[in-house]
Design a protein around this ligand. Structure first.
Ligand SMILES: Cc1cc2nc3c(=O)[nH]c(=O)nc-3n(C[C@H](O)[C@H](O)[C@H](O)COP(=O)(O)O)c2cc1C
Length: 167
């Protein structure tokens, strides 16, 4: 099985987009992910998968905390910034941040902040799977930024008038 075929297939999987951030003794770092998903509701847990060479990966392992900042549909520039698609050296200057309970940077005005303690990690090939125990959640109004076919999407699909099961 070729890596390219795998990546091509996965590019069709539409997803939400989050800037995963960490802070603490090992400093601040952040990376854009589409790999966030729910793991458990009781207790609340989620996972993210991050490439082992990403500076954010080692920082999360060292700090033991991370915050999943799920982006709103009008925040694709923040996604690009945290995906290294900008020449700005400091990813944290362009938006308003506060500190979560865990100490991880929390993006004000994102759709949802899931502030997490790292409760488990698992190396799977090129990536680390990080399981976060959610310590605090903030939810704002808005719609999610979507990503699929290597493009950002506006979630008009989620408007009530577009419900596909309407008669
Ligand atoms: C929409 C989107 C989703 C991404 N999802 C992931 C992901 O789930 N895991 C990951 O390791 N990298 C993911 N990436 C790639 C990283 O964001 C990017 O390669 C990395 O941040 C490189 O930049 P850096 O060197 O500044 O950290 C994604 C990129 C984009 C644009």
């Amino acid at each position: 099985m070729s890596k390219n075929a795998f990546l091509e297939g996965m590019s069709r999987a539409a997803s939400s987009v989050s800037a995963v951030t960490t802070g603490g003794e090992s400093g601040k770092a952040g990376v854009t992910v589409s790999s966030m998903c729910s793991v458990s509701a009781e207790p609340p847990m989620l996972l993210v998968c991050i490439h082992h060479q990403s500076p954010a990966c080692q920082a999360i392992r060292n700090n033991g905390v991370f915050c999943v900042n799920m982006l709103r549909h009008d925040q694709s520039s923040i996604s690009d910034l945290f995906a290294g698609r900008s020449d700005k050296p400091n990813k944290f200057l362009d938006a308003d941040w506060s500190k979560g309970l865990t100490g991880a940077p929390k993006l004000k005005n994102s759709l949802v902040n899931f502030d997490c303690h790292l409760v488990a990690e698992y190396r799977a090939g090129s990536h680390f799977v990080f399981i976060g125990g959610v310590a605090e959640i903030n939810i704002s109004e808005g719609k999610p930024l979507l990503y699929g076919s290597r493009l950002y999407g506006h979630p008009s699909y989620f408007d009530k008038e577009n419900k596909i099961d309407d008669p």
